[in-house]
Design a protein around this ligand. Sequence first.
Ligand code: XMP
Length: 489
Amino acid sequence: MPHTITAAEVAAKNPLGLVLSGGPSSVYAEGAPSLDPEVFNLGVPVLGICYGFQIMARTLGGTVSHTGEREYGATDATISHANVLVDELPTAQNVWMSHGDSVSEAPAGFTVLASTASTPVAAFAHDEKRLYGVQWHPEVKHSDYGQKLLENFLHRAAGIPNDWNPDNVIADQVASIQAQVGSGKVICGLSGGVDSAVAAALVHKAVGDQLVCVFVDHGLLRQDERRQVEEDYVTATGVRLVTVDAREQFLTALAGVTDPETKRKIIGREFIRTFEKAQADLIAEAKAEDGDPIKFLVQGTLYPDVVESGGGSGTANIKSHHNVGGLPEDLNFELVEPLRTLFKDEVRAIGRELGLPEVIVGRQPFPGPGLGIRIVGEVTAERLELLRAADAIAREELTAAGLDNEIWQCPVVLLADVRSVGVQGDGRTYGHPIVLRPVSSEDAMTADWTRLPYDVLARISNRITNQVPGVNRVVLDVTSKPPGTIEWE
Ligand code: XMP
């Protein structure tokens, strides 16, 4: 929720606990996000993190000072006082800091729990009111015991049961899909990727043959993908699948377009239009049965898609994921999005629990807009052929080297508007570069570039430059996310 929410609105949501997140502002800056002070009087347990910790301190009468000393990165913290929040944490630990201001005095009634060399109040607690705060970022992987601290807050301080497991999520989702859909008919766009595959399998479990899956071949697919969906997935699940060949339609809509956001919006729009057409065809076909319209559309939207498309005020729109910000306003379907609050690793766990084969559940992520956002420049049939060939080589070599589980994904990108001089055979070439973008990540919110073995890179580079006409250079993207995103567009 945005920080502008009132205490009454918070109370109306009946929360089990609140986390006040970090943020880039100083509490002293003009227009810095503030909070309705009554939020702290609701009796709801609160954990403030970084900026959330400082705003809590300031609101409740503590002191936040400009010390002039910035703490950034790995920092040694010392736990000085036992408390449920820091239970089972060792006295000394390495935590991730990123702040300019510091809490110099805790509010009355609070106990100081930890300090660092330059931050005397690095964590505090008021057990009676169940208010807690930490200056460091327990949510990042680089904070030792960060996960443990969050668990302490959620399960022990706030008393929220530790009951997330795939079984429960499946049971909950099946019940809520059945409640939403009733006896209605449902259509699902299948991309061949993990998200839509798991979303469709969940809906199939909930409503069986009320679901028809539509697979759009938009021409932006990787090599052999259509066959994999039509054969592997259908064999594993038994869902009814209709394939729509929309290759011409997408290419025509994308002709002359180079702007990434425009491409994404066009692809999102054409996806929906294709579903609407599939709906009309399916109704016509079912006319003899009951003539019911297909009212629902399943999407494999994940939580990171929602966040990155600008999920609330005060958040940034990084890029419009085709299934969130890219939807047309005159959408003719009601959406069913059973994965909307989940991260990829959770979706995989659910897919395995549902019995989907590893070849589908373990598949690397591939964006809905497909190769369309991996061609920097205009998308044409010829360029797609070229990129498909390069991508197939890269994937083949990564699999052969046993690296599929090491990397999160490896986009292969064609810089269609860039050319460089090369020499191949006896002649001069003036070809395009291909970018390899291998990344490691847990949830795609952040990522690091993967240090692939040189011999694997060499094999990929040799094969691409030798076997893909028009490409005379292969380059490696060595940027983490942030500052880069995973895809180039
Ligand atoms: P970025 O480029 O935002 O990508 O760092 C994060 C993850 O999301 C995938 N991605 C998409 N997936 N529709 C999708 O289904 C999209 O529009 C889209 N854009 C990016 C990307 O491949 C990466 O795994």
